[in-house]
Design a binder for this molecule. Structure first.
Ligand code: BGC
Length: 250
């Protein structure tokens, strides 16, 4: 008789975003939702305690027991949030693993949101079976990144904060900037071109995967890009964060 624990079939992922906190049970053999997704509004201000309370509500409403993983849109090192570009400054220095463990009453894993999305794409989506250096970029309120070397994640790469045109790259090329400045898709593609060239020159990846909400509209900007690197849209779109969080649940 072996005393190895059987791998769980379902884990729960919760993705903390600027406007919504979304969670679902994920069937780990397929990377798909095993039940309908729950979405509650992100509280304002999104302080750690207020967010933890909503995370606990999402967890309860998902109503499925199993390992739990949570994403944070900032650097997470050893469970501690280190940066807060697009979230409440009160997060800096907070041990998010302790916070969510207390709020939900179970063991929790916490990971950067783009790293979670990248892990999901590598396992179930556009990066499946891709060796070498793969870069996933999520275009949303900010720009998130996940870098893989032969399938292994180098966490917290934060390529959205590379300097570009005297600002943070995410202030130049995030999807929220396209919306706010009402840029045409062609104009936005032009901005993406200069950002992706920068990433290309830095890492010379074999593949760049574009994720976030815009991955559903890739036909509007991909044809305008001329990179020497293969660029493809993500396949899990906005579900990737939840799926990746579930994959990393302890
Ligand atoms: C944050 C990253 C995050 C990205 C997407 C950036 O501003 O620094 O940690 O992954 O936004 O949410």
């Amino acid at each position: 008789m072996s005393d190895a624990k059987a791998a769980p079939e379902v884990a729960i992922g919760i993705d903390i975003g600027g406007s919504g906190i979304k969670g679902a049970p994920v069937a780990l053999n397929a990377g798909t939702f095993a039940a309908t997704r729950v979405r509650l509004l992100t509280p304002t201000p999104a302080t750690p305690d207020a967010v933890a309370e909503v995370v606990a509500q999402v967890w309860e409403q998902v109503g499925v027991d199993g390992p739990l993983g949570v994403t944070i849109p900032g650097v997470v090192r050893d469970g501690v949030v280190e940066t807060a570009a697009n979230i409440d400054r009160g997060w800096i220095g907070v041990n998010a693993v302790d916070l969510f463990t207390k709020a939900t009453g179970r063991a929790v894993g916490v990971v950067n949101d783009a790293d979670a999305a990248g892990i999901a794409e590598m396992k179930y989506g556009a990066g499946r079976d891709r060796a070498g250096v793969v870069v996933m970029l999520t275009l949303g309120t900010g720009i998130g990144s996940a870098v893989f070397v032969d399938g292994t994640l180098v966490p917290n790469t934060e390529l959205g904060h590379l300097p570009l045109h005297h600002m943070d790259a995410e202030e130049w090329a995030a999807e929220s900037v396209r919306e706010r400045e009402n840029l045409s898709w062609k104009h936005y593609a032009h901005r993406l071109q200069s950002y992706l060239e920068l990433v290309e020159r830095l890492l010379w990846p074999q593949l760049i995967v574009i994720g976030g909400g815009v991955s559903k509209k890739s036909e509007k900007f991909l044809p305008h890009l001329t990179l020497r690197t293969e660029v493809v849209p993500a396949q899990l779109h906005n579900d990737a964060g939840i799926v990746g969080a579930a994959l990393l649940a302890p």
